[in-house]
Design a protein around this ligand. Structure first.
Ligand code: SIN
Length: 288
């Protein structure tokens, strides 16, 4: 399949496509930008191979899609705070990696991210793949009864599981993860926001399921204990293999995912090997 003069190769029938014939280090023509944007909306996560970007070129590509975020808990690159280096050193033997549970980025914000652009600089020989899941499919495959129930619900999100004082981050500090990344645990992570459980994508107009295991705490008006069985069902439902794709990284690979309609998971199966990828996150708008 060809969109304009960029070749678009779908990765699975669920989501994901590799784009060939693009050099992201160069300024994009309007036609190239439109083709990339169209592929991003159609496939939810798009991939590019063999790219060579300076930090400025990475940021310039991301800025074509919106304003950029600075991560509130993880330190950015020296001189470029909008670039988040996601690193696991070979001698990091901690139990969890950054992004190692299914989530959509920063849904603990009032306005969660539009998308994230991850550029691989150092990859393990084997392992370290990333998986994405399609949240349109997750919504569309629910029964009409459950769709109706969820349509009226809102959910509370915060960052406490990941960055609270009793979080994975605190555990990782105790295990010595500071050798890889500077991530802080803070009581700010307890701050709560609410989002509709079924969200409408602002660009495609399609409905999708918008809860994730990392940041969603409970349904508004329900206790955590009452929410847990239905949320657990939804998390299992939305990450089933038929809704996913899996990307094998190479040095110079880029993934650009739509945080509004996908979730992702960074596998932690490469102990003893180094992995470094730089993420730039594009700000989004308030879900409705
Ligand atoms: C993340 O952004 O959640 C991490 C993705 C990855 O390292 O593959």
């Amino acid at each position: 399949m060809t969109v304009k003069d960029i070749e678009v190769r779908p990765l699975t029938s669920a989501l994901g496509a590799e784009l060939l014939g693009v050099d992201l280090s160069k300024p994009l023509s309007n036609k190239e930008f439109d083709s990339i944007h169209r592929a991003f909306l159609d496939h939810q996560v798009i991939f590019f191979r063999d790219q060579q970007l300076t930090p400025e070129q990475h940021l310039a590509f991301a800025r074509k899609f919106g304003e950029l975020d600075i991560h509130p808990f993880a330190a950015g690159l020296e001189g470029h705070p909008e670039i988040l280096p996601i690193v696991k050193e070979a001698d990091d033997h901690t139990s969890a990696n950054f992004g190692g549970s299914w989530h959509s980025d920063v849904t603990f914000y009032e306005k969660p991210a539009l998308g994230s652009i991850l550029y691989a600089l150092d990859v393990p020989k084997t392992g370290g793949d990333t998986l994405w899941a399609n949240m349109y499919l997750a919504y569309e495959t629910l029964s009409d009864g459950l769709k109706q129930t969820l349509d009226g619900l809102k959910a509370v999100h915060n960052a406490s599981r990941a960055y609270g004082l009793n979080s994975r981050t605190t555990q990782r500090h105790q295990e010595g993860a500071d050798i890889s990344m500077q991530v802080r645990a803070s009581e700010e992570a307890e701050e709560e926001v609410t989002h509709p459980v079924i969200r409408t994508h602002p660009e495609t107009g399609r409905k999708l399921l918008f809860v994730n295991a990392n940041f969603t705490r409970r349904f508004v008006g329900w206790s955590e204990k009452e929410s847990e069985p239905l949320l657990s069902f939804l998390w299992e439902h939305c990450t089933q293999p038929a809704f996913t794709c899996r990307f094998r990284w190479q040095k110079g690979s880029i993934a650009f995912w739509d945080n509004r309609c996908t979730q992702h998971l960074a596998l932690n199966d490469y102990h003893g090997q180094r992995r470094e990828a730089h993420r730039v996150t594009v700000c989004g708008d308030k879900p409705y």
